[in-house]
Design a protein around this ligand. Sequence first.
Ligand SMILES: Nc1nc2c(ncn2[C@@H]2O[C@H](COP(=O)(O)OP(=O)(O)OP(=O)(O)O)[C@@H](O)[C@H]2O)c(=O)[nH]1
Ligand SMILES: [Mg+2]
Length: 615
Amino acid sequence: MSRKRTAALLGNPNSGKSALFNALTGARQKIANYAGVTVERKAGRLVLPSGEPVELLDLPGSYSFDAASPDEAVTRDVVKGTFEGEAVPDVIILVLDAANLEQHLVFAQEVLELGRPTVVALNMVDLAERDGLTLDPAALSQALGVPVIPTVAVRRKGLAELTDAIAEAETHADEEAHTRWHVTLPERRLSAKHMARAAILSKSTRHTIENGVDRVLLNPWIGPFILFSLLFVVFQAVFAWATPFADALEGGVGVISQGVSDTLPEGLLRDFLTEGVLAGVGSVVVFLPQIIILFFFILVMEASGYMARAAFLMDRLMASVGLSGRSFIPLLSSFACAIPGIMATRSISDPKDRLTTILIAPLMTCSARLPVYAVVIAAVIPQTSVGLGVGLQGLVLFALYVAGIVGAMAVALVLRRTVTKGAASGFIMELPRYQLPRLKDLLIGLWQRAWVFLRRAGTIIFVATIALWVLLSFPKAEAGESQLDASFAGAIADTLHPVLAPVGFNREMSLAIVPAIAAREVAVSALATTYAVDAEDEELAAQGVTAQIAALWSLPTALAFLAWFVFAPQCLSTIAVARRETNGWKWPAVMVGYLFALAWLAAGATYWIAVSLGL
Ligand SMILES: Nc1nc2c(ncn2[C@@H]2O[C@H](COP(=O)(O)OP(=O)(O)OP(=O)(O)O)[C@@H](O)[C@H]2O)c(=O)[nH]1
Ligand SMILES: [Mg+2]
């Protein structure tokens, strides 16, 4: 049997390659409305009408095969057959944005010049229509010398025709090489203009609304104000909207815990379930509503096209610290998690810009920190309004995010003048068209994030919490001795505490930050388990970790803990991905070193300022 044939999706960024890939293979690759979403090669299975399976490749978008950024290099290597362990794809599916034809036809010529079996997916014809364009696919096919199939990837239109054309293209490999294509960029631009003109039958100007919106959103004064207000609303919502759901979940965990206590006999199994699983892991799971609300906003910003506008707005600010707006999207992605954020830096072509962005990405507040912030804020910050319906808790949360951003900008400024010295590179980014987010995509996106969170809770958070529970539970305390004092964990806490006591940490906090290296949320489950195991006051123990923190921590101590988490590099996977993306241990070591130093200093400064203010 011959080897499975391959087809690759190629085209400019944001042309809908991943949307087509998902539609053709049933995969759920990330799609979003800005350039540079896909940064890796992904494979899936497409079944042709004949029943033959084809390996379909989704690739990062590209403007040219000469491009310098690491993601575009992947595309070039795959297509030219220099990608390790990969044969040249048999068919190329060239994806063009019908509403942006002229720009997309520039790279198209470079692709066609390869002279390989190619099919064009003229995607986003719905948007072209919305813009008042009437297209002539036949004329375009004539000009390009390959089949052109109109598609709407997100509504699965034109897929059958496209698969037919892919099957055909495989059997009729194009023998005559396309030697007629132009080689210089200005020539390609000119012929793109002619081809686009020939393919557009009529054009009515309907761009006015979009331009009007952009005049407001991109205005140098109003724009940042709107962006800032939007982010502000997000953090208010994270607290205000989530509260009823979080309370219900917390209540549910409490009921189960009570049920377990009532039914099981006293002993190790009961302690394991109540102290380790329910108090520990349960204390993290209750943050699911907050996580979903945060991602709801991120996904809407990504799908609507606002994300790229935000990057555009931030370009000036970023330039003042030696970065460009290009770094903004990886940094904003780091609000979800630093790992995809660091991966997203592959779309930055300047190596020093990219390295700086990787080094500061962990300062963006990832969603794993949300449970830590939320639990401490709920415990020590009163649920009051500061006026105008603005909640104090949401305000503190917002301030923590801002602290991360300000910290990142300050670090970038220092790095760009020292270790990653160099001039800021220019920033060119296409502004995608506005789109109404599709409910289905939104729900799938939210489901994926919820699943990631729950899976973490069931795996890494579970394992780290249980490991800590074991260390806390043995050896058993003598009568009159506290369990924490007697345990192995107590010994670990006693070793670390002297280093952290000067910045206001108590013993439980010093202990909790150790397993939190596996995943930050573990700080919460670790505290919950520690207090559950060590509980002297049974009634307080039953009220959960928030009540215990409220009763046992002073305000300066709690604030120091929050400040620590703004900076601390507490996540092994981030360090691992930084190693992979920088090809060595040097930069991850620099990253970990500076982040720990900053965390310690920030916690200390916060603690002592709070103490001296008499808080
Ligand atoms: N209206 C409309 N939107 C589409 C269509 N195809 C894709 N989109 C949207 O266009 C945006 C970009 O789609 P992606 O599939 O992420 O684009 P891509 O080519 O993979 O982009 P990169 O990975 O950045 O190179 C997303 O918001 C999609 O929902 C289409 O045919 N019509
Ligand atoms: Mg993509």
